[in-house]
Design a protein around this ligand. Structure first.
Ligand SMILES: NC(=O)c1ccc[n+]([C@@H]2O[C@H](COP(=O)([O-])OP(=O)(O)OC[C@H]3O[C@@H](n4cnc5c(N)ncnc54)[C@H](OP(=O)(O)O)[C@@H]3O)[C@@H](O)[C@H]2O)c1
Length: 249
């Protein structure tokens, strides 16, 4: 595929993200606390997470092996991607505390998204672009990697505090407390958004930007819905806590 055609494909993919962003303010994805009837059969959450996320690390690894670019910068991209996705696909599911089952439809859409997203990013990084080793000293890579690490820490910290909320056998919801939860209602989403915005910066690419846009499209509307959900259910919900952006929104 020519670079020009590739850019057109990625722009179309970003247009789909914009439509999804608007749609998700009206229809929340039916998993977790927003599960409801009418979305088809369900499977255990751990299996759903593995099936949904596994395409990302596997495909990225395969594209790296098949690709023509294997500089130190290419290896750094692969390491950052896999650091996130090997955890998300194969470890995170087993850390969840009594998660609700997920609809097969959500698993299928999630897997399709991960397939396309990893294809776009892997194809760009390992077939089209040719980052020399000197890219590792570029301010965009250095700043992006620092922000990626910050987002990674916030995301993992928030998810860690979340899973400590349920005692063995419990399935209900409580007000999360401590750390980043004191500032916003979805700090795990905030960390994730920070990570993939940082990815766009450190790869300095339209492919990376498309992932950042999709992450915002998926998670910002859900953060708003979660915030409203907490406020409706818990009269003592901390009034100063924002939805997604500390002190602002
Ligand atoms: N890149 C992307 O586009 C994308 C998209 C989606 C998710 N993610 C990431 O995937 C991870 C999980 O996302 P998610 O939407 O499933 O997160 P979530 O709604 O915060 O749920 C995570 C886990 O914590 C439990 N939980 C949530 N709130 C709770 C509370 N108040 N009290 C007790 N337990 C609670 C949930 O149980 P239940 O299952 O019973 O609800 C679930 O097992 C996050 O790190 C997120 O950033 C990324």
């Amino acid at each position: 595929m020519s670079p020009e055609l590739f850019d057109q494909v990625v722009l179309g993919w970003m247009g789909l993200a914009a439509a999804t962003f608007i749609l998700l303010f009206f229809i929340s994805a039916p998993y977790g606390r927003h599960t409801r009837k009418g979305w088809g059969p369900q499977i255990p959450a751990r299996l759903g997470w593995i099936l949904m996320e596994a395409p990302s690390p596997l495909l990225m690894g395969a594209l790296f092996l098949l690709g023509s670019h294997k500089s130190a910068a290419s290896i750094a991209f692969l390491v950052l991607w896999e650091a996130h996705y090997l955890h998300r696909a194969f470890l995170y599911p087993f850390t969840l505390s009594n998660p609700r089952p997920v609809p097969v439809s959500i698993t299928f859409f999630g897997a399709c998204f991960n397939f396309v997203n990893a294809s776009i990013n892997g194809y760009f990084l390992f077939f089209l672009a040719d980052h020399p080793a000197s890219w590792l000293a570029d301010p965009r890579f250095v700043a992006g990697t620092a922000l990626f690490a910050a987002g990674f820490v916030v995301n993992r910290w928030a998810d860690l505090l979340l899973r400590g909320l349920r005692a063995p056998g419990e399935t209900g919801y409580k007000i999360p407390r401590g750390g980043p939860w004191e500032l916003v209602s979805s700090p795990n989403y905030l960390g994730e958004i920070l990570q993939w915005c940082a990815w766009a910066l450190l790869t300095w690419s339209l492919a990376g930007a498309s992932f950042a846009v999709w992450t915002i499209a998926n998670l910002a509307p859900r953060a708003v819905t979660n915030h409203r959900w907490y406020r409706e259910r818990f009269p003592d919900y901390p009034p100063a806590r924002r939805a997604l952006i500390p002190f602002l929104w």
